[in-house]
Design a binder for this molecule. Structure first.
Ligand SMILES: Cc1ncc(COP(=O)(O)O)c(C=O)c1O
Length: 382
């Protein structure tokens, strides 16, 4: 997600290095998408440019998504899939439909900044649950359920944004059981679940859910291209029916052309090859960044190596704040996502920053971490 307009950032540096963004734009299958669009326009003519049906999305794409999910162990009927404009729209629709101002939402703390922004705009009460190397500390959830009666639990179980933590299997089962016992919908945001570099794949919460309480959301943004604006949600029952109706009055449809082009490009084999390629590339970049951090940054910088995803989450040495570090880093030509934007109480995040290791080539990663090391050595501690 780009920095807000008006931020000066590294604009004056001749060779800025930004550890922000999502995947590597050089890896986008641009040519394949171009061909897919041509094929679709030739095959379908004007009908590729009409509204399409005002329902839950282009049927062949829903079938394809169901197959992709099945290859990841998630059983979803194509009729239980709603195609959305990215997973962000899915997130916003669910929250607008299920929650009203003053309602409580339980979230990992820290969590995805634009989810926090959404919750704040909807005037929800946000209650944070701490995160450790195994993800959300689920042992803390039950007293919060009893105390706050939340209307939603929002979680990013795989390679969480921003910490990179992956929720352990045991905690997944406990969380689903709690949501079931306390009758709370669970929103599972699986934005980069495919990008696993080591360790065992954990079951999606959706697959552990006997009561149909989990709403699963996924996206093609991180694996393919964010500019497609195609994501989806999987849900059942009356909630799903209402989400489809609400989506229709929200934007009528997701671009018909994009849905068809994406479906023409994606099939399970091609998608899996792309996933494998991205995993090889990003795993190597994660290693490069971890090694550079060990060599270039002070030993009291802490990082838990993530098993996948896009991000490293750094705890800064005691006394160093993002507020002090960021202007110096910008002047030195290195950009990162500052910790405060990911916390329920932003001040709690002053001692953290998030680095994206997937976007840049190894040389740029090494140079960027070197710059960060120089800045860290010179910044004053409070
Ligand atoms: C955790 C998480 N969820 C959802 C999104 C939304 O992405 P999109 O709307 O492109 O699918 C993002 C984007 O960065 C994210 O980090």
């Amino acid at each position: 997600v780009p920095p807000p307009a008006g931020t000066k950032g590294t604009a004056n540096h001749p060779n800025p290095i930004a550890f922000t963004g999502v995947g590597d734009p050089r890896e986008y299958p641009t040519k394949a998408l171009l061909h897919a669009m041509q094929d679709v326009l030739q095959r379908d003519g004007p009908s590729a440019l009409e509204y399409g049906t005002f329902d839950n999305g282009y049927v062949p794409l829903r079938n394809t998504i169901a197959q992709l999910l099945a290859s990841q162990g998630i059983t979803a009927h194509p009729d239980a899939i709603l195609i959305t404009a990215g997973s962000q729209q899915a997130l916003a629709l669910v929250c607008q439909l299920l929650l009203k101002p003053g309602d409580v939402v339980l979230v990992e703390n820290p969590t995805y900044n634009l989810a926090l922004e959404l919750f704040r705009l909807l005037e929800l009460q946000i209650v944070g649950i701490p995160v450790d190397a195994e993800g959300m500390q689920v042992a803390q959830v039950e007293p919060l359920l009893q105390q706050h009666h939340p209307k939603l639990i929002y979680t990013i179980p795989n390679f969480q944004n921003p910490t990179g933590a992956c929720l352990s299997g045991g905690r997944r089962r406990q969380l689903v059981a709690l949501a079931d016992r306390y009758n709370v919908p669970l929103l599972e945001d699986d934005f980069v679940g495919d990008l696993r570099y080591d360790g065992r794949t954990q079951p999606a919460l959706k697959t552990l859910d006997p009561g149909g309480r989990v709403i699963y959301i996924g996206t093609f943004s991180k694996m393919l291209m964010p500019g497609l604006r195609v994501g989806f949600l999987v849900a059942e029952g009356p909630i799903f029916t209402r989400l489809v109706a609400f989506k229709r009055v929200n934007d009528l449809t997701v671009s018909t052309l994009m849905q068809r082009a994406l479906d023409a490009y994606v099939n399970v084999g091609q998608y899996q090859r792309h996933v494998q390629r991205s995993c090889r590339l990003y795993r190597q970049r994660r290693e490069t960044m971890l090694a550079a951090i060990r060599q270039q940054l002070p030993p009291d910088v802490h990082v838990d190596p993530p098993q996948g995803g896009l991000f490293l989450w750094l705890r800064l040495p005691p006394g160093i704040t993002c507020r002090a570090l960021q202007p110096l880093a910008s002047a030195a030509g290195v950009e990162f996502a500052p910790g405060p934007r990911f916390f329920v109480q932003p001040a709690e995040g002053e001692g953290y920053l998030r680095l994206n290791f997937a976007t840049l080539r190894p040389e740029a990663i090494e140079e960027g971490i070197k710059r960060l090391g120089r800045v860290l050595a010179g910044v004053s501690r409070v």
